[in-house]
Design a protein around this ligand. Structure first.
Ligand SMILES: [Cu+2]
Length: 124
């Protein structure tokens, strides 16, 4: 019985590169569009997909409201009463502001460019 010596040519481990062991625990699915940090209490209205969100924002009398247009088209927030408030035209990707009426109540508003975009500002 000739024992076959298996000559394992112990390969010179010339490749001693440190394995990039980065067990990155991707636990949270990174959302591509992280919402910008909102100041607590600061009311804001988003225009997206030709709609206001929320479409019934609640604000305080005389409060400054930020309006963010996420569409590519220009929009406005314009009180239908005429003398309530008006952001004027806000280009796509831009933002604007308006000041809420000083009297409590419900104020319907609309986008003057797209009359089907409507909402109601609730001042209380
Ligand atoms: Cu519009």
């Amino acid at each position: 019985m000739a024992a076959a010596l298996l000559l394992a040519p112990a390969c010179g481990n010339g490749d001693d590169e440190p394995s990039p062991a980065s067990p990155s625990p991707t636990s949270s699915p990174t959302s591509p569009a992280s919402p910008t940090s909102e100041t607590a209490g600061a009311p804001r209205i988003t225009m997206e997909d030709f709609a206001f969100s929320p479409d019934d924002p609640e604000v305080r009398p005389g409060e400054k409201v930020t309006v963010v247009n996420k569409d590519s088209a220009a929009h406005t927030v314009t009180a239908t009463d005429g003398e309530g408030f008006d952001t004027g035209s806000i280009d796509g990707g831009e933002s604007g502001t308006f000041t809420a009426p000083s009297e409590a109540g419900r104020y319907a508003f609309v986008c003057t460019f797209h009359p089907n975009m409507t909402g109601t500002l609730i001042v209380r």
